[in-house]
Design a protein around this ligand. Structure first.
Ligand code: FMN
Length: 188
């Protein structure tokens, strides 16, 4: 009689990468909470030329990049992307789209054959087209249901919100989301 491996046994062998973009640290905090639950390698996406401090200048630059298809060069290098089975992609909503640096990342690294899971923070207007763009840019990946929560609203001077009750609430939501997508047993 053949023995069927336990689901948790299968998940245990997976190599996880969590890569995120964050300006005011909300998505970073979310990435760290996910990392606490699933472990793996946690990587912040940095640009060769960082965006300006000034909010509106950044909004305008992003709008121009989105309109022209400019992919800002990444300073961050991933050491042998092939070794990962599961890749979490974290980003804020920018101009109701996937931020250009994440487009750069998906253009540069082939995630084909891997399981890809998006997560997001935004000012309350939602994910826009960002998750859809992840799907388009990862045509040969298995994309699982993403996670999104309200973060800051830099336009109104609200920067970091992922603390206190908000953090506790997000932790609970993350737990049930990971369970729902079957990844709550990743951590060894
Ligand atoms: C350039 C820029 C554009 C943004 N555009 C949107 C948007 O279109 N919709 C939205 O809900 N929030 C928007 N935001 C707000 C961020 O998504 C929100 O503050 C998020 O939590 C920031 O994540 P972070 O702290 O990891 O940088 C924008 C922020 C920036 C800096």
């Amino acid at each position: 009689q053949e023995s069927v491996p336990e689901k948790t046994e299968l998940l245990k062998d997976k190599k996880v990468l969590i890569v995120y973009l964050s300006r005011t640290k909300n998505t970073k905090a979310l990435a760290e909470l996910i990392h606490q639950k699933v472990a793996g390698d946690l990587v912040s996406l940095e640009l060769v030329t960082p965006y300006p401090e000034h909010y509106q200048t950044t909004v305008d630059q992003v709008a121009n990049e989105n309109a022209t298809g400019i992919l800002p060069p990444l300073k961050t290098k991933i050491d042998s992307i092939e070794k990962y089975d599961v890749v979490f992609l974290g980003f804020p909503t920018w101009g109701m789209q996937l931020p250009p640096p994440m487009k750069s990342f998906l253009n540069q690294y082939d995630l084909g054959g891997k399981t890809v899971i998006p997560f997001n923070t935004n000012a309350g207007y939602g994910i826009g087209s960002s998750f859809e763009t992840v799907k388009q840019l990862c045509p040969n990946s298995k994309i699982l249901e993403g996670f999104s929560t309200k973060g800051g609203k830099e336009r109104d001077g609200i920067l970091f919100v992922m603390e206190g009750n908000k953090e506790k609430q997000v932790q609970a939501e993350l737990q049930s989301w990971l369970k729902k997508i079957g990844l709550d047993q990743l951590k060894k």
